[in-house]
Design a protein around this ligand. Sequence first.
Ligand code: EPZ
Length: 420
Amino acid sequence: MESFLIKGGVPLHGEVEISGSKNAALPILAATLLTDEPCIIHRVPDLSDTRFMVQILQSLGATVRFESGTVTVHAKKIKGYADYDLVRKMRGSICIAGPLLARLHKARISLPGGCIIGARPINLHLKGFEALGANIKIEGGYIDATAKRLTGNSMFLGGRAGPTVLGTANIMMAATLADGVTVIESAACEPEVVDVANFLNAMGADISGAGGPTITINGVKKLHGAEHEVIPDRIEAATFLIAAGATNGEVTLRGARADHLRAVIDKLNEAGVSVERSGTNLIARRNKKLKPVDVTTLPYSGFPTDVQAQMMSLLALAPGISIITERIFESRFMHVSELARLGAEIEIEGPSAIVKGGKPLSGAPVMASDLRASAALVIAGLAAKGATQVNRIYHLDRGYEKMDAKLRKLGARIQRVEEK
Ligand code: EPZ
């Protein structure tokens, strides 16, 4: 297995290009199953998660080409069940269910496993499919969804932690070919959901309200092929903004969308990391001492749960007490024990982590556990004195395109090595 070997203490300086959004690209690639015509998707990040999705589309019978950020998919004839071994490896694969149900009126998907940040239930996805008239059977670790026809319906899709991002995308995709009108209440408002809706409308769907809590889908008979460019990855952008602040550097992000990052930019400014827009670029620099801040993760447009771990690394450097409360997932503090190995003082109290920041961090070997926790460990290693080895960085390769190369370009001393 591979590791990152980081020699910390170097302020990051320079420009970095933000890649396309993983969390928009995955449902958009799944949406190409809705038509028998070719689709071309640009700015797809080259990650293990997007490569899994390509393999899943191919295992369903689509022909797929993935070359320098552009994916061409032609799902001329497809079958209704995906290879278990592939689907179980990635939670995001659940979003092929909606398109398969809409196109074939059947879908056989393995129940997505939980993952380290929580149980990851799909009850809201299934509630939406049933509202559209599907019969759902769960046995042997598989979901068998069938429907004579899909009929538009109104449904409330909010769960115990608020809206569901992939659940909203899944139901929206299924409803595009249903008979009649579907109204999703308590829909997720994330920019990735808007990007999926824009792609579906480019295919001839009739969707309005995406980005707000109520989305209306008027079913159509057929969808045609379309070409689309995926939005930039706001979580990758947030990660680099925070890395700039944590290393006391100055970094220009090319292609980031400031309007997708308002909560993050607001919190960073409050913590002493100034983030300014200049055209389509964002410039992050630490202009004064870091200050402790309180952060609570919320559904969009609140502070994103996918940036919680990275923010904790920054606040471990801010003298004083910061309280970070995780409201979306039940166990998303796996990075705390690893940050403690670098000298961070953090106590967990239920859904909150109390960060006693200000002590300098010093390098140590640490273990990545999930995608964003790994990013937090890289940020902490970049800020720590001495050497940090982040092991099991396959977690990181799932969601960050060429992160070590991008960081080296900003002056970081980071190498990808075989774990000894
Ligand atoms: C998406 O996951 C993202 N993944 C996650 O990013 C992100 O953390 C999450 O949205 C929240 O923003 C992709 O888009 C591929 P949810 P998703 O359904 O859609 C509960 C990353 O690091 N829930 O919005 O699977 C759920 O348990 C990943 O890039 C139900 O209770 O998340 C959670 O507490 C990690 N029932 C909350 O809702 C359901 O049927 C939000 O989950 C579905 C979800």
